[in-house]
Structure formats: structure tokens, C-alpha cells
Design a protein around this ligand. Sequence first.
Ligand SMILES: *Cc1c(COP(=O)(O)O)cnc(C)c1O
Ligand code: SF4
Length: 346
Amino acid sequence: MKIEIQSFDELKKQYKLSDNEKAFKASKNSLTVSITKHYLSLINLEDEKDPLRIQVFPSVLEENENNLENIDPLFEINNSKSSRLIHRYESRVALLTTDICPMYCRHCFRRRFTGKLLGPISNKEIEEASIYIQKHPKITEILLTGGDLLTLTNSKLDFLIKTLRERNPKLIMRICTRMVITAPSRIDAGLISIFKKYKSAPFYLLTQVNHPRELDSEAIKAINQFVDAGIPALNQCVMLKGVNDNFDTMEELCNKLLFNRIKPYYVFQGDLVSGTSHLRVNVDRTIEIEREMRKRLSGLAMPSFMIDLPKGGGKVPLSACYLKSFNDNIYTFITLDGEEREYPHI
Ligand SMILES: *Cc1c(COP(=O)(O)O)cnc(C)c1O
Ligand code: SF4
């Protein structure tokens, strides 16, 4: 299986770029440019503001300086147990299995790490992660993330899961990947058979779909292969300016996900990562969208809107507050239509 990608040089040669795109200069600190042919085929190249295009075409705006931003706003480096294992929450760890992705998202919150050509995790680092988890029995879940987990070869992936399972048979594993939409041909029976071999604890597929058009028939087929194999699919979306920061797009996205057996799980406020300010949405706009979605969507289609607080504060919900006050042993709530309702304190 070969995943075809397009570099920035090829892009410049083949397509009419906007002024901001043309002015982008690759440097040591910038995120690598790479776009899969599959994703490129979904972009309307006539439109400079195409919501898929702005996620992957680089822009000079990434070079904007902003002193509230940081290359590691979530303090992942502080919470790292090794260069690859992040233990921020007691019950779960994130393992950075590789820094490589077939396609780099310009909003990537881990751009301090992604695309730096470190390559896949070594067998020794896998062994060490497995021992660390065994020594911390409160850990119940691992996020196999990166970079993109599915850039690993099948034999590496098999070794990774086998080694983790040997010491931690009850560990729930999250398969974190965007390749179901960026390179759906990666998903085939051979890949799925690896997960089927190690069934002592469940797997969950965690993907990132930010716009309904990303979910084309090939992506849906790729995700269906996981779900049909008994691996539930969940989506984590990022609030992005010009991509999904309007009511109708967010509504369509959540309903399309749910219809295709992908549970909308989180919608993230953009992290304060250097080089991403032009794609960030205001917090008050995110809360407005959350409020409107609560009116429009079913409970199943409704994701939790979250903000990952700076300096490693962790994730907390970002939503309108429906509890208005507490006085004289009475709670006063606001309904979705803006009316007040009272509820007693026992
Ligand atoms: C987000 C995150 C998790 C998982 O959090 P959930 O709320 O359980 O989805 C785990 N570890 C790290 C480091 C994270 O950033
Ligand atoms: S797929 Fe994930 S890790 Fe890779 S560039 Fe996109 S956001 Fe970053």
C-alpha cells in the first residue's frame, strides 16, 4: 500500500496559490507541508477559502508572533515520563508512537513534535512504556497517538499492541488516527486483523473530522471496517475559523458523523499553539455554537465542547451556564429558550 502525498514544492508548481500561501516560507520551526492525494481530491481548488484547503495549505499567517502563544501550551513536556509517554491524568496515558503524519494539519496542537523526522517509537521505548503502565495500576486507558499511529507498519503495530497487552491485558486502547479521512486506503482487512488478535480489552477508534465534506464515501468505508470489527468510533473535532465555526456546518457534521456510526465525542477550543492564531475561534463564539447545538442536536449527536487549559491545566467543559443563581435554598436555571425555572435545595 502506497499513500500518495503532495509536497509544498509540487503544490506551488501545480496550483494557483493565494498571496498568503505563496508568502509562506518553510523554516526549521515551521510545520512540514504534506497533503495526501486523497484529501487534495476533496478540496475545491478554485476557492481560496475552501474549509478543507485552509486546514492543510500553509500560510504566511503561521509566522505571526503572539506572546500569549507557546509551542507547548499544554505543558506536555513537563508531564512526560519519557520522550514518548505523557501521563497527565491519573487513569490514562498518551503514547506518542511516531511524529509522522501523511498530511500535516496547520492547526496541529502538537507541532513542537509532529513532522520532526524522529520516526516511529523504538521497540525498547515500547517495552519501557509497557513496564511503566504495569507499575501504575490506576492507568486503565492508553491513547496510541502521535503523529499518526497508522503510519506505523503493520508489523510495528502488531509488536506495539502485543507488548502492551502482555503486561497489561485489561488496558483499554484508543486508536487515534486521522488517516481514515486523509488516507482511507490504509485501512484494510490486514490492518483490522491485528486488532482482532488482541481482544483481552476493547479498542476504540478516535478520529478527527472537522468538516462534513471530509467524510466522503471512502472515509466512511474505512471507518465502517473498524465499527464492523467491534471497534466503536468517536470523533474529536477542533473549532476552526472558516471551517466549522457556524451553526449549519457544525450541525451537519455532527449529524453526518452519528448517521455513519461515529459518536461525536469532543469539540476542542483551539489550543494556544504558536502559529495557529489565524485559525482560532473566540471562546464566546464557541459557547454560542455549543448553545445552539444543544437546541438543534439530539443527545446522541451532541459532543462535549472542551477547552484544554494552558500550562497543563487539563481539559474542562466549555459551555453556557444553565444554573443562574442559588438564593434562599432555591436554584434558578435558565431553559434553552431563555426562561427561568426554579428547583429547591432538597
Ligand atoms: C486529552 C488527553 C487524554 C484523554 O482525555 P479524555 O478526557 O479521557 O478523552 C489523556 N491524556 C492526555 C495527555 C490528554 O491530552
Ligand atoms: S493528524 Fe493530528 S498529529 Fe498529525 S498533523 Fe494533524 S492534528 Fe497534528
